[in-house]
Design a protein around this ligand. Structure first.
Ligand SMILES: Cc1ncc(COP(=O)(O)O)c(C=O)c1O
Length: 473
């Protein structure tokens, strides 16, 4: 297969001309920058929309070719490069399908960018609750029966927004069926596949939602492909949604000065996945399995595998994930996240022959475990699962109504039965515990207390250091 990277080539060609910069950016090809040399060198390629480098919002040359190669790789009608993460893809797909006060069915354990989109659009959210995934102790996928119920109750919904897989690599089982159910009603399915850009690489991964028939799919190339942070993809493959409408919103929501480092990195990441072979997948599987076996031999470490083989959870009985993370960091092992139970590792999408310090990591993990044993265990009872959300629910108030209502700060222990005025998000993984307009229940408050007790961090509008949360008056 002939390998092409149109944006990378265009940048190289441009830089070879040793151009004199009389344009933005102000670092003048890095000349005025005081950054450390290794960073400064990359600025030679931090160019702008100059001759031969195309126009991000109206691509006709290198960017257009690169996006066409992307669409071909994922076998979809149209693909877009995103320079503001999956966040901007999630915003654009919701803007393109739903207007103020129109209904949209949304998986309750979605990323905050989805909820931000709902608020910005002023959509009428219908939440569908996921099942509790016992293996990972996290919220998993939405069962088809719950989506079916929501579709029966709200056949006038403009779209269904699902998250696949979850942050923890849980894919669920019946996405194809769910998409079919929606399409029978003429409802498009928008999938936040931020954590699944690598799924098309091989059958050793779950199927990608682009292969399962989703209308719009957003992927953080930067999460599992070798792309720079913020570099993401959006794919449109739909008889129900016009790709131009998505493009319209992307033009509004994305910068008019896109980073060419990000664009080149997206082009490179597409090439990486496009040239991923079965022998690469077999090699990765082999390396991974050996490592997992080695970890299992460290007693009593618990190794939990999930649907996505690039994700792996480690637990140490009696200790929280936060404690485990701390001792791992002391050994120079930096994981993706910790929660009350475990830490989450994201493995590299290796190709045949590439090496990664698996053996070294195992030694350090073993050392970290020895150190963990010296610390007092912070035994947690199970943090109340958030599975108490009813299967299909709507917030007590719309975004418009919420804006008009008076709000106040109250001690969270006195907030039972009140309606939340803000989002409260344990971070990571960034899935909201309370959403604006939702009733605050005993179970949710217990979950908050337990999360605070084990040292979880929170985002959103809160004053938790004073034990206060924001509610409707
Ligand atoms: C499920 C999910 N969707 C969307 C996002 C946002 O992606 P990005 O960081 O690429 O904007 C994240 C980020 O962690 C995520 O976990």
């Amino acid at each position: 297969m002939k390998r092409e990277r149109p944006v990378v080539s265009a940048l190289q060609k441009f830089a070879e001309k040793e151009p004199l910069s009389w344009h933005v950016p102000g670092h003048k090809n890095g000349l005025l920058s005081n950054l450390p040399l290794t960073i400064k060198e990359a600025l030679t390629y931090d160019l702008t929309e100059l001759a031969g480098l195309d126009d991000f919002h109206h691509p006709e040359e290198a960017i257009a070719q690169a996006e066409m190669l992307l669409a071909k790789a994922y076998q979809v009608n149209r693909s877009f490069f995103l320079v503001n993460g999956s966040t901007v893809g999630n915003l654009a797909m919701i803007y393109a399908t739903c207007k103020r006060n129109e209904k949209i069915i949304v998986q309750r354990n979605a990323h905050k960018s989805i909820f931000h989109a709902l608020e910005l659009v002023g959509a009428k959210a219908i939440f569908v609750a996921p099942v509790w995934d016992a293996a990972t102790a996290t919220a998993g996928a939405v069962p088809a029966s719950t989506l079916h119920e929501a579709l029966q109750l709200h056949p006038d919904a403009k779209a269904v927004v699902l998250t696949y897989p979850t942050y923890y690599g849980v894919a669920g089982e019946d996405l194809r069926l769910q998409i079919k159910m929606c399409h029978e009603l003429g409802i498009p399915v928008l999938v936040d596949e931020a954590h699944g850009a690598h799924f098309i690489a091989s059958d050793t991964f779950p199927s990608s939602s682009v292969q399962l028939g989703a209308d719009v799919v957003v992927q953080s190339a930067h999460k599992t492909l070798p792309a720079m942070t913020m570099a993401s993809f959006l794919h449109v493959n739909s008889a129900l949604i016009d790709a131009e409408k998505i493009n319209h919103y992307l033009r509004m929501l994305q910068s008019s000065s896109p980073s060419y480092l990000l664009l080149a990195s997206l082009d490179d990441a597409r090439d990486y996945i496009d040239s991923y072979l079965e022998r690469d997948a077999a090699y990765l599987k082999d390396k991974r399995n050996q490592w997992v076996e080695g970890l299992r031999a460290i007693q009593p470490l618990q190794v939990i595998e999930v649907d996505d083989p690039l994700k792996l959870l480690l637990r140490f009985p009696g200790y929280t994930g936060f404690q485990l993370k701390e001792v791992l960091e002391a050994q120079g092992i930096y994981v993706e996240l910790a929660d009350p139970y475990q830490v989450l590792f994201i493995l590299p999408l290796l190709k045949h022959g590439q090496t990664y310090p698996f053996a070294e990591a195992r030694i350090r993990i073993k050392e970290a475990i020895l150190n963990l044993r010296k610390i007092e265990a912070n035994i947690i009872q199970t943090v109340a699962s958030s599975n108490e959300n009813t299967t299909v629910s709507t917030p007590e108030f719309s975004y418009d109504e919420l804006e008009q209502l008076d709000k106040e700060w109250v001690p969270y222990m006195r907030a039972i039965g009140r309606v939340s005025a803000s989002m409260l998000i344990p971070y990571p993984p960034g899935i909201p515990l309370f959403l604006p307009g939702e009733k605050i229940t005993v179970a949710k408050l217990s979950q908050l207390e337990e999360l605070l007790a084990v040292g979880a961090a929170f985002q959103g509008q809160h004053r938790l250091n004073e034990k206060l949360i924001y509610v409707i008056k």
